[in-house]
Ligand binder design. Sequence first.
Ligand code: HEC
Length: 340
Amino acid sequence: MVLKERTEKGMAMRTAGFRFLTSCSGCAVVFGAGCGQPSVERPAEARQVQGRTTLAMPSVTEVAPREYPGIHNAVAFHDGFVSGSAPEGDAGFATLAAMGVRTIISVDGAEPEAERAAAFGMRYIHLPIGYNGFDESRRLELARAARDARREGPVYIHCHHGKHRSAGAAAAIASSLGWLTPEQGVARMRISGTAPTYTGLYECAAAATVVKVSAIDAIPGDFPAVSRPSGFVQGMVEIDEAFEHLKLIEKAGWRPPPDHPDLVPPAEAGRLADHFRTLAAGEYARRKPAEFLRLMEESRAKAQQLEDLLASATPEAATLTPALKGIGASCTACHSEYRD
Ligand code: HEC
């Protein structure tokens, strides 16, 4: 969500360096048993269909995630149904368009780039889920959205990194629609790299049995392209962005990173502290136990400390890096107790 590339659309299409593959059935004929081994480089082949370059999607027989320009960790959960990372800039959307994707389903909290998707001829459906899984009504919504969208063409489902939430949702969808058994769905999640600590996601996938057509049809099918997340989730998305910026700043030797010259190091730390302060005062946090607020205050204090260090006359990496690590540890401390 951080590295939004601003490349020109046409340029991305020409320069992104796709690895062109035939469709997987063609692949089986041409390349034999190598088809199930995605790490092996294969001969490339490009096709032009209606003036548009096509790119083969990952297939359900593959046992490792695929990488594409602007799309990471792509894993198929059914023919024409792939889970992966949020598309990065024009390159990511160009990759999806070249795969023939018509619909992108986001289960991430961040607002999808619906306009950019539309510019590439695709539409968004935004159905955010948490790291601890989702309830039955969200499962039915996901199943309806994916079923209807798949009738129109290939579907891409993503969260942020494409490892945990999108894989959990994709597995539950595939089992709910009878595309995979729950066991196969769980096995695909492992290929996506869903961490074992996300037990809620694994439970949702393992418990997803086939849903009756009438139950899916009973769900209204007009899903939003963008659903506004709750104040707290939106705040976490912004916190995540500021934290990612600080990591880039650290990598650049605690200076504005070359590809983000606009970033002001102390301001990013200050932004982090501000968000923790605002969220601690909000409705969501006030309904949580005192320990939650204590962790929030601890994170705020650490971000404040980093801001002070960065704003000082002679900031030194020897103190800055441990301060940033300390903030990272405070994110994990709260997430492991209250999120995952
Ligand atoms: C005091 C607790 C707490 C701290 C500290 C905290 N978080 Fe969170 N965070 C949460 C909770 C709870 C959620 C889940 C919210 C939900 O889905 O309702 C969450 C969700 C998130 C999400 C997912 C948002 C989405 O798209 O759904 C991200 C990303 C995130 N946090 C990043 C961070 C980072 C980075 C830090 C540290 C710099 C951090 N958080 C510190 C409690 C915390």
